[in-house]
Design a protein around this ligand. Structure first.
Ligand SMILES: *Cc1c(COP(=O)(O)O)cnc(C)c1O
Length: 378
């Protein structure tokens, strides 16, 4: 919180504009939309409901299919199933961890309505070919850009490509409002629908007559005040992430770790500095097990988790990668993804974790984390 956060939040308190309208909200919506290259911003209370609202606002017929990567956060799939649509998965790229574009077309059916690419850990998805496929088949693109504030594809911001783009401003994202989210679009009709849906579908007049069920997904002016203050420093935050990653990557060469990459067409903002413990360090059994048959004792004997535990003992917290959506008990029990395999997702879910990457981490701490990691690996 290095900037005007306290000042702007105090202004909300002093002027009593603490709820879900106010000048900070209006500014945050329009300035974030402008920063990302879309016309309208609709602020909501978190990134998960931003995705829900985005899918709902498209009014897809029940049973419509939406194609998305198997390697992502659960918010994406539950936004789809809650709207009565069906999630259809493709595997992820072994280097960027974003959706594998060459698997999309084989998954398109008469019922496909949309593609939901997720820009992963700061590296943009290969979005141009995705837009081409979408255009060819008349599909809507809903971007999840929660992890790539400031990320770019051929000089164009993530979140500027989709008919809709969703963001989170959770505490660990590149800019934060504590909890918060936003849906961006340049479509006037969809923007109006999003605005209605997030606010219980009240009418202008008569206010309390409802034609549709909505939600209370409103963001407060206090959160938006934080957002405006954070946005003033976004270039600095992104630069620091990239700088941090450069330092980690220099320190961690020649270890059995796969480090983050950056395609020529990409600006990777390295939201989290992520590594994969390479396969030669793993045992085959590890890859064959499914999550439901793993006991906690066994889980902590796996090389990746043993390494993470050793780091924790040395005072270094890490976080594991997402587990593939096709391996989630909650979806399998609902009859989704049965028998489906996505080998890259399965592998990286078992080998990947990320290192301390917050804005408060110092260069000395990066050196120390790298030293400890090297020592454990040797
Ligand atoms: C954080 C995140 C979300 C969810 O945002 P919340 O604000 O935590 O609900 C959605 N998608 C991705 C890719 C995320 O990283």
């Amino acid at each position: 919180m290095p900037g005007n956060e306290l000042k702007y939040v105090s202004e909300c308190l002093k002027t009593n504009w603490i709820s879900s309208s106010g000048s900070f909200l209006e500014r945050f919506e329009s300035e974030w939309a402008k920063y990302c290259g879309q016309k309208y911003g609709i602020a909501v209370c978190n990134g998960t409901v931003a995705l829900e609202l985005a899918v709902d606002a498209c009014d897809f017929p029940k049973g419509s299919e939406i194609i998305l990567p198997s390697f992502t956060i659960i918010s994406c799939v539950q936004a789809i199933t809650k709207a009565g649509c069906l999630p259809v998965l493709v595997d992820c790229d072994p280097e960027t961890y974003c959706m594998q574009v060459n698997q999309i077309e084989s998954k398109i059916t008469d019922r496909t309505v949309a593609i939901m690419p997720v820009h992963m850990y700061g590296h943009p998805a290969d979005i141009e070919p995705i837009m081409d496929i979408a255009q060819k088949h008349g599909l809507i693109v809903i971007e999840d850009a929660a992890q790539t504030h400031g990320g770019e594809y051929r000089g164009r911001k993530c979140g500027s490509f989709g008919k809709l783009a969703c963001f989170s401003f959770y505490a660990n994202k590149n800019i934060t409002t504590g909890e918060g989210g936003m849906v961006l679009t340049s479509d006037t009709v969809i923007a109006q629908r999003l605005r209605k849906l997030k606010n219980l579908c009240f009418l202008k007049s008569p206010r309390f007559l409802h034609h549709r069920l909505g939600y209370n997904y409103r963001m407060t002016n206090i959160q938006a005040a934080l957002g405006i203050a954070q946005l003033e420093n976004i270039d600095k935050f992104v630069e620091r992430k990239i700088d941090m990653a450069r330092k980690y990557s220099q320190a961690l060469v020649n270890l059995p770790l796969q480090l983050p990459i950056e395609h020529k067409w990409a600006k990777n903002v390295i939201w989290m500095y992520n590594v994969l413990l390479k396969e030669e360090k793993q045992s085959q059994k590890f890859f064959e097990k499914d999550w439901q048959s793993i006991s906690p004792e066994e889980y902590f004997r796996w090389p990746t988790y043993k390494l993470m535990e050793a780091l924790e003992r040395a005072g270094v917290q890490t976080r594991p990668f997402f587990i593939g959506m096709h391996e989630q008990p909650v979806f399998l029990s609902q009859g989704f993804f049965i028998g489906e395999r996505y080998p890259v997702t399965e592998k990286i879910a078992r080998c990947g974790f990320y290192l301390p990457s917050g804005q408060a981490i110092t260069d000395l701490q990066i050196d120390e984390v790298s030293r400890v990691l090297k020592e454990i690996l040797s």
